[in-house]
Design a protein around this ligand. Structure first.
Ligand SMILES: O=C(O)CCC(=O)C(=O)O
Length: 264
């Protein structure tokens, strides 16, 4: 007979089927991983940061992704794409991932103690109406530098994420493939003009999410997102994690910021 303690331990882990799904597909969605209280608190901190433009932030115009304003000086040039350094914006941004029902799943997927680098993701994506951009197909590992390309990111929806407001799209199983360098452009985006790439991209899925839903995805999983075609800003918190024994390469950008060891 199962007890409350058994149920608590089970809630800290993926089922074997879920773990196999992640390993095969390079992503998994967990519905309602953050409760309404967490979503409300993180949303309030996010809206406050956006209204006050609390630094550090990244503007759409800085990246020049398709659809972004041409410069900071033109209309929409002050549209914020990301509130950076989520960790320092409210204790709950890290407090939530340190909870066993989140950290236990990361530990299971990564195979041991979990470290949260502050150098990558560690942000809130603020996809705004009118001036948001498209993010083309890429693997997050492209600019990261670790002993093994085996990190896992966690995307927490603070609102509804749909195709209309630019939810993430992913190519299942792409994290297990080796792509020749020619299949990427100079900025390491996966080229959509190549027939073999287009065939692979036709197998994409849309990660439509509700508030509190969490998407775990591998750093080699190809993903992309459209712009926000609605009238409401979409807010998503994004973190990345590594196994404690998968160290950043010395001197790289990945080694340039502190990291947090999540409690066991
Ligand atoms: O535009 C988006 O929401 C996707 C962002 C993304 O994939 C990234 O920053 O790596």
């Amino acid at each position: 007979m199962s007890t409350d303690a058994d149920a608590a331990i089970l809630s800290q882990r993926f089922t074997p089927e879920e773990q196999a799904f992640f390993e095969s597909n390079g992503y998994i969605i967990v519905r309602g991983l953050a409760g309404p209280d967490v979503v409300t608190a993180l949303s309030q901190a996010t809206v406050d940061g956006l209204l006050r433009q609390t630094p550090p932030v990244e503007y759409e115009a800085d990246l020049q992704y398709p659809g972004a304003p041409a410069s900071r000086a033109v209309a929409g040039g002050d549209t914020i794409r990301r509130l950076k350094e989520a960790h320092g914006r409210h204790p709950l941004f890290t407090g939530w991932v340190a909870q066993p029902r989140v950290s236990g799943k990361l530990r299971q997927l990564l195979g041991g103690p979990v470290v949260m680098p502050l150098a990558h993701h560690n942000c809130i994506m603020t996809k705004q109406p009118v001036f948001s951009s498209e993010t083309h197909w890429h693997q997050d590992i492209r600019y990261w530098s670790y002993q093994r390309p085996e990190l896992i990111s966690l995307w927490l929806a603070l609102g509804h994420e749909t195709q209309q407001n630019g939810c993430l799209e992913l190519v299942p199983g792409s994290h297990r493939e080796t792509f020749a360098p020619e299949r990427f452009d100079k900025a390491l985006f996966f080229r959509e003009d190549l027939p073999e790439n287009a065939a692979r991209l036709s197998q994409k899925i849309q990660a439509e999410l509700s508030p509190g839903d969490a998407l775990f995805f591998h750093c080699r999983t190809l993903h992309a997102a459209g712009s926000n075609q609605t009238r409401q800003t979409k807010y998503s918190v994004v973190y990345t994690f590594r196994a404690a024994d998968n160290l950043p390469r010395p001197g790289s950008r990945s080694a340039a910021m502190p990291e947090l060891l999540l409690p066991e």
